[in-house]
Design a protein around this ligand. Structure first.
Ligand SMILES: [Zn+2]
Ligand SMILES: [Zn+2]
Length: 488
């Protein structure tokens, strides 16, 4: 009796499984037909839209800053997984992003290829997030799509799901009208972990026999329904109007340039430079950190980019200053390129020193999860009570880190458009100011941020000899003054 029960149960489960697989395929086939893509091998479409500068909002509760794209063209070849995306942002230079399979590159102003090996996987994934790429990916041999239904978009919608590249779950929601209305996935991000990434497709129109929607992309969440709003960035891309669409265009399959084929992701490079006794600039990449030795501990200013960079910087700090723990990590502002290493320092046992306005967001960043796609140390080996919020010191207008050997003063920069809650560090004995994104030694002409640094140094009456940038090289104050007057 028992055996018979189990065999009947197994048989009915198997039948349910194959029925689901079959109906997923038939739903996909019907959707492909409705979208006019039965014979589609490549596509090129042009139009106008916008992109959001992800991770660069003015304050954590605001949306990603929007850049208008009056001219946008994308060409995709599905068989070779080639994509070429070209746009000219309003008041900016042309951007061209390319991928074929495992190889990604961009074009410089002269049209020469610039390898971007680290961007290949996401660009390849993005092909599968387009309306036509999703249908093709889900119908590809071995995709084994699953299917659930639910009440959404005013009726019974179907969610088809498959795993891309053995790693990324991609869900496509087919609305009651039989059109693909949303494609969602999660991508690894050094600040928020498995970052929510979705495209919403509405207002389909037929151009040359193929259906193309309005594109509307979210990256990360907007918790705007909460008060106070902690995380506000989400709008990442939109294609509002379509001026041209062509199916099966010639030359959509890209050729990978030789320089791109041989390029590899470069290892993290760390180079340190002594600024004063016990003060080091730890650079070697696009974003630097500054290490300051105290009597029995170390303070690091800035945890940029990602965990790999931060672990290399932490190792260098311990080489320069052996046997003293990194007790404080000071972060200048919440932009993602300056924040991606924060969790590595939290794991290391450092207290986070930040402007009080960014603390709720940083708490969310340190707690956020899951971190399954690219786990970091904080997610794998969290220290005790790391998410309770005890590991923060907040700055309002001024905060001082000091012992008998050293003083570091932190000030909030006032009247700055770049970001809210920006901190600069001042070492009174060494007459050094450390700042991010206000002034770089490589800047051509003074901008509003450089002017605001000048105004704040005057307001605070700081006696400065050296300006140290998180970007660029340290410069004497006299050079900064000259730079400002040359721009007048
Ligand atoms: Zn910034
Ligand atoms: Zn920066």
């Amino acid at each position: 009796m028992g055996t018979r029960f189990w065999s009947v149960l197994t048989l009915s489960m198997l039948m349910t499984g194959s029925a689901t697989a079959q109906s997923a395929q038939s739903v996909l086939q019907a959707t492909a037909l409705a979208m006019g893509m039965e014979n589609l091998t490549s596509i090129q479409y042009s139009g106008s839209g916008w992109r959001g500068r992800v991770g660069q909002n003015v304050s954590p509760d605001r949306d990603w800053p929007r850049v208008e794209l009056p001219s946008y063209t994308r060409t995709i070849d599905f068989d070779t997984m080639s994509s070429k995306e070209e746009y000219v942002p309003e008041a900016g230079a042309r951007v061209t992003s390319l991928v074929r399979g495992d190889y990604a590159w961009s074009l410089d102003a002269q049209g020469a290829p610039v390898p971007q090996p680290a961007a290949a996987e996401l660009r390849r994934l993005e092909i599968l997030l387009t309306p036509w790429g999703f249908i093709k990916g889900a119908m590809a041999p071995g995709a084994n799509p699953t299917m659930v239904t639910r009440h959404e978009y005013g009726g019974r919608s179907t969610v088809i799901s498959f795993i891309a590249f053995g790693k990324y779950r991609i869900n496509g929601t087919i609305n009651p009208d039989g059109m693909l209305e949303r494609v969602q996935t999660w991508v690894p991000n050094p600040v928020v972990g498995d970052m929510y990434y979705e495209n919403v497709y509405t207002q389909y129109q037929e151009v040359g026999g193929v259906q193309i929607p309005r594109f509307h992309q979210h990256q990360d969440y907007d918790d705007g329904a909460n008060a106070p709003n902690v995380s506000g960035g989400d709008h990442a891309f939109g294609l509002e109007t379509v001026s041209d669409l062509q199916a099966n265009v010639a030359n959509a399959a890209l050729t990978v340039p030789d320089a791109v084929q041989s390029a590899r992701v470069p290892p993290v490079r760390v180079e340190s430079q002594r600024l004063s006794d016990g003060v080091w600039l730890v650079g070697g990449g696009s974003h630097h950190s500054v290490a300051v030795e105290f009597d029995d501990h170390v303070v690091v200013i800035e945890a940029p980019l990602n965990e790999a960079r931060s672990l290399a910087v932490i190792a260098e700090v311990y080489r320069l200053i052996p046997d003293k723990p990194i007790r404080f990590i000071v972060t200048t502002h919440h932009h993602w390129d300056h924040l991606g290493g924060l969790r590595a320092y939290a794991h290391e046992g450092a207290t986070v020193v930040t402007h009080e306005s960014t603390k709720p967001y940083y708490q969310e960043v340190l707690r956020a999860g899951p971190w399954l796609l690219e786990p970091d140390r904080l997610s794998l080996y969290p220290p005790e009570e790391w998410s309770e919020g005890y590991i923060f010191e907040t700055v309002n207008e001024k905060y001082v880190l000091a012992d008998r050997t050293r003083t570091v003063e932190l000030y909030n920069v006032q009247g700055l458009a770049h970001v809210a809650g920006m901190l600069i560090a001042y070492l009174p004995r060494e007459k050094i100011v450390v700042q991010a994104d206000l002034y770089s030694s490589t800047a051509q002409a003074p901008d509003a941020s450089a002017r605001s640094l000048q105004r704040n140094l005057e307001r605070l009456a700081l006696d400065v000899e050296t300006i140290v940038g998180i970007h660029g090289s340290p410069v004497p104050m006299s050079q900064f003054v000259e730079f400002l007057s040359a721009g007048q």
